[in-house]
Design a protein around this ligand. Structure first.
Ligand code: ZN
Length: 161
């Protein structure tokens, strides 16, 4: 069957950046399984997989607007170190959860200069063009239970309930 809304898709993928560096990939023997058409994966990839079949291999280029979003400078802020009390050894590259007006947000420490710490609330892949190599292993219809839960059960899905 071809991939459409409510398909359970099992696939192998490699994600590279513009320089060809591998950012992420499925492990051998451990493909990704997801419920298609429900925003479980980024929009640009989901769109290109629609109508494909098991056995297909494809390369998909995803622009930021259909990936992890454009880079937003307004999500970058500098705060005094004392605003992060309780967090020891603040270093560049650390991931923290910061309280903001919109609730808790994951941020990355991008700079530490003297008493000031720069926090970046953008997704680490925001603003990046993403290059996926995808091989579709299997396509099947979701069960009623999977649809009501909104995710995959069984091999490569959720095992814990
Ligand atoms: Zn479930």
């Amino acid at each position: 069957m071809a991939i459409g809304t409510d398909s359970i898709v099992t696939l192998h993928y490699t994600l590279k950046d513009e320089a060809g560096v591998v950012i992420d990939q499925s492990e051998p023997g451990e493909p990704l399984a997801y419920l298609h058409g429900h925003g479980s994966i980024i929009a640009g990839l989901e769109k290109e997989l629609t109508g494909r079949n098991a056995g297909d291999a494809l390369t998909v280029t995803v622009v930021p607007a259909e990936g992890y979003g454009e880079y937003d400078n307004e999500l970058v802020q500098s705060v005094p170190r004392r605003a992060l009390r309780g967090i020891k050894d603040i270093k560049t590259g650390m991931r923290l959860h910061a309280q903001t007006a919109e609730g808790t947000r994951a941020v990355t420490v991008t700079k530490v200069i003297g008493d000031m710490v720069t926090l970046d609330g953008n997704h680490p892949l925001a603003g990046k063009i993403l290059y996926f190599d995808v091989r579709i292993e299997a396509v099947r219809a979701a069960t009623e239970e999977e649809l009501s839960h909104g995710h995959v059960h069984g091999p490569h899905g959720h095992h814990d309930h």
